[in-house]
Design a protein around this ligand. Structure first.
Ligand SMILES: [Zn+2]
Length: 346
């Protein structure tokens, strides 16, 4: 039977179990958290971050062949050495011995990437284009890795030194998510939130994954938690944070409409109190809702004004000309608009 392709070191750091008690090839039932198994069962519903790209690879540890989804090939043409200039995004380990990162790659691997490079330089729809891209993948600390299992090993080493760093856990969750392993991603993201209730990015990614498998109530609660923690979150540049919050709001709006209002669009009192950040009170939100902001389902950018409201002082990091909502004069503008409305009606 094929192995679950899970790193025993991940299980050790997630569960604080001694390595001697963990099998060399842990099964999925070792994954802690509420959602790992649910997400695994419904993994076909999870949106792929990159197209499928299956190749036959040989594991150098056990010598056996297997078909693996290597994901997107990221090619840096500036490097001469073919083996160092192609990175892949898929997360996979040997199906037979559960080792990772030591592979003999087939010629087809290099052929595909060469075709990918040619396709990049041509206009038109080349079938190879979607599985190859020119560039370079680096982790948040600037380190570069060939296989995602190498990047994982690097992050797990950092976590071994500091297991309570929720941000590194979040980064690890992201590479599993992009690597086509949502069950690993949710387990790690839940862990990250358990360590830091202000980990906005973990709420965001977890919510999106639960949304895709139609766990709507749960997804909504994490989207709302992303909103109430955003004003304290300084690990993401302001515009990217706004983009993330706009997606949260757009999805919440969809859920609110499709549940006939049963799923709350705005964070509940409990959610606010649990985080006790300086998020706006509900009255203020409705005040904003009463103003002339128009939102369009399917268009996250139309939610920018609300996203900026939830960002609080973080929104000041967005250059003034790019802000959807001019914060210092908010009150004035609302008053001005209302006055204008009244005169119009005469
Ligand atoms: Zn092997």
């Amino acid at each position: 039977m094929s192995k679950a392709q899970i790193n025993p070191k991940l299980i050790r750091l997630l569960t604080h179990t001694s390595r001697a008690d963990i099998p060399d090839s842990p099964t999925r039932s070792w994954l802690p958290g509420k959602y790992a198994m649910t997400v695994y069962k419904q993994r076909d519903q999870v949106k792929r971050k990159f197209p499928e790209n299956h190749l036959m690879l040989t594991c150098n540890s056990c010598g056996r062949k297997g078909k693996y989804d290597v994901g997107m090939m990221v090619i840096n043409p500036e490097l001469d050495n073919m083996t160092d200039n192609i990175q892949t995004t898929g997360y996979f380990r040997c199906k037979h011995c559960n080792e990772a990162g030591d592979w003999t790659l087939p010629n087809e691997f290099y052929l595909r990437s060469t075709w990918g490079l040619i396709a990049e330089n041509m206009d038109g729809d080349f079938p190879m284009e979607s599985i190859c891209t020119v560039g370079e993948n680096r982790l948040y600390d600037g380190s570069k890795h060939i296989f995602t299992s190498d990047a994982e090993a690097h992050l797990l080493n950092l976590l071994e030194k500091d297991p309570s760093d929720a941000y590194i856990w979040n980064r690890l969750g992201n590479i599993y998510d992009k690597g086509g392993r949502p069950e690993l991603a949710v387990s790690v993201l839940e862990h990250s939130i358990g360590l830091d209730i202000y980990q906005t990015e973990s709420y965001y990614t977890l919510a999106n994954l639960l949304f895709e498998i139609t766990e709507y109530e749960e997804a909504a609660s994490y989207f709302r938690k992303a909103l109430v923690t955003a004003c304290e979150y300084d690990k993401l540049d302001a515009k990217s944070l706004r983009d993330a919050l706009a997606v949260c709001l757009e999805k919440l709006f969809y859920l609110y409409q499709h549940s006939d209002g049963k799923i709350s669009f705005v964070p509940t009192d409990e959610e606010r109190e649990a985080t006790s950040t300086s998020v706006p009170t509900p009255n203020k939100e409705f005040y904003y809702l009463d103003t002339e902001i128009e939102v369009f389902p399917g268009d996250p950018q139309s939610f920018y004004p609300f996203a900026e409201m939830y960002m609080g002082k973080m929104a000041n990091r967005i250059p003034k000309r790019d802000r959807a909502w001019e914060r210092p004069n908010v009150k004035k503008r609302i008053k001005a608009k209302k006055r204008h409305k009244r005169t119009k009606r005469k």
